[in-house]
Write a protein that binds this ligand. Structure first.
Ligand SMILES: Cc1cc2nc3c(=O)[nH]c(=O)nc-3n(C[C@H](O)[C@H](O)[C@H](O)COP(=O)(O)OP(=O)(O)OC[C@H]3O[C@@H](n4cnc5c(N)ncnc54)[C@H](O)[C@@H]3O)c2cc1C
Length: 313
């Protein structure tokens, strides 16, 4: 008989695990304090790119598996996933690490742009075809697909994972919530603030980690980011910071000044030096949290490892 599984958390980590688990003969209940759109996962930009995980070699498989999953799902127009061109630039005298992220990219997806085609000030640039995950469409889509498969969703704060001992397996995907739930002080918030401007879907995604600047054209808005503020837990934007982000974007692309600015948001990345993906010995708990700025990039690869662990319990 199939296992009775509790998943804690309805962000991309929890939903991706639930999605892959739902392909097996399991009974699944998802418990969460909050659901889309009231969660960090909705605030992600969320294009596929390995960010602050490059020293963790487990990330190579996680990233590639997730890439393949999204690429396949992009054929379904309702999913909110599309394959989109990303321009990643490195400036002259870059202090950024060597492009070790290249080994995370599936073969054939990345092309180096010839130096003679680069504007002054740029040392290197890459053109990469990546999945863009429109969170405002994809998260509700996933939830609907799971409801069709009889997954139960329950709004509930879990104060102690041991309260779920009646389940055969508990998957802990609580993101920043793990700080309290697991008394894990190694996970902490990294705030990201972004501006929202009138969209132009014909543009590629643009990524310049040195300014920093990223521009992500979605259907509903163009996300212009953004900040990376470690240990800041106030999920609010600051008008002066948003203005600075916009001015940075205008300095690179003056044409954007013509676009209407209609909003902003802030989100808290659940950062941990090393993602915690493991079975906790002697319990019924598998942890899967601490994905920082790469939750979408890694989700379905991590979820596949979680499914393997579930099969072993
Ligand atoms: C501005 C910004 C831009 C980003 N851009 C990208 C990007 O381009 N690509 C990318 O891959 N990633 C990006 N990210 C990172 C991404 O958003 C996160 O890595 C990802 O959303 C983490 O997902 P999660 O499911 O682990 O956590 P969350 O989305 O935070 O979900 C946690 C879930 O656990 C629940 N929970 C917590 N505690 C409890 C409890 N005690 N009881 C019950 N439920 C609980 C919450 O209610 C929620 O449902 C970005 C983040 C920000 C802020």
């Amino acid at each position: 008989m199939g296992k009775n599984i509790a998943v804690v958390g309805a962000g991309i980590s929890g939903l991706s695990c639930t999605y892959l688990l739902s392909e097996e003969n399991y009974t699944i209940t998802v418990f969460a304090k909050a659901f889309s759109p009231e969660i960090t996962s909705n605030r992600a930009a969320a294009f596929w790119f390995p960010y602050h995980v490059r020293n963790d070699k487990r990330g190579i498989t996680w990233a590639k598996d997730s890439f393949a999953f999204y690429e396949k799902l992009s054929a379904d127009k309702d999913s909110g996933i599309s394959m989109k061109q990303l321009i990643k630039v490195l400036r002259v005298n870059t202090e950024e690490e060597e492009p070790v992220w290249v080994e995370f990219i599936p073969e054939g997806a990345c092309k180096k742009i010839p130096k003679e085609q680069l504007d002054t000030g740029f040392e290197e640039a890459y053109e990469i075809l990546v999945p863009l995950i429109e969170t405002q469409i994809f998260l509700p889509y996933l939830q609907r697909e799971l409801e069709k498969k009889n997954v139960v969703f329950e709004t509930k704060i879990i104060n102690d994972l041991n309260d779920l001992s009646s389940f055969d397996v508990v998957i802990n995907c609580s993101g920043l919530g793990a700080r309290q739930l697991c008394h894990d002080e190694t996970i902490y918030p990294v705030r990201g603030q972004v501006a929202l401007i009138e969209t132009d879907e014909s543009r590629p995604i643009y990524l310049d980690n040195e300014l920093p600047l990223y521009i992500v054209p979605r259907k509903d808005a163009m996300i212009v980011g953004g900040t990376y503020e470690e240990h800041v837990s106030d999920e609010k934007t600051e008008p002066a910071t948003i203005e600075k982000i916009l001015q940075t974007a205008y300095s690179v692309f003056p044409g954007l000044k013509q676009k209407k600015v209609f909003g902003d948001w802030a989100g808290l990345r659940p950062f941990r030096k090393e993602i915690r993906l493991e079975y906790e010995a002697g319990t019924n708990i598998i942890h899967n949290y601490g994905h920082g700025g790469s939750g979408f990039t890694l989700a379905f690869g991590c979820a596949a490892d979680v499914v393997d662990l579930v099969k072993k319990i």
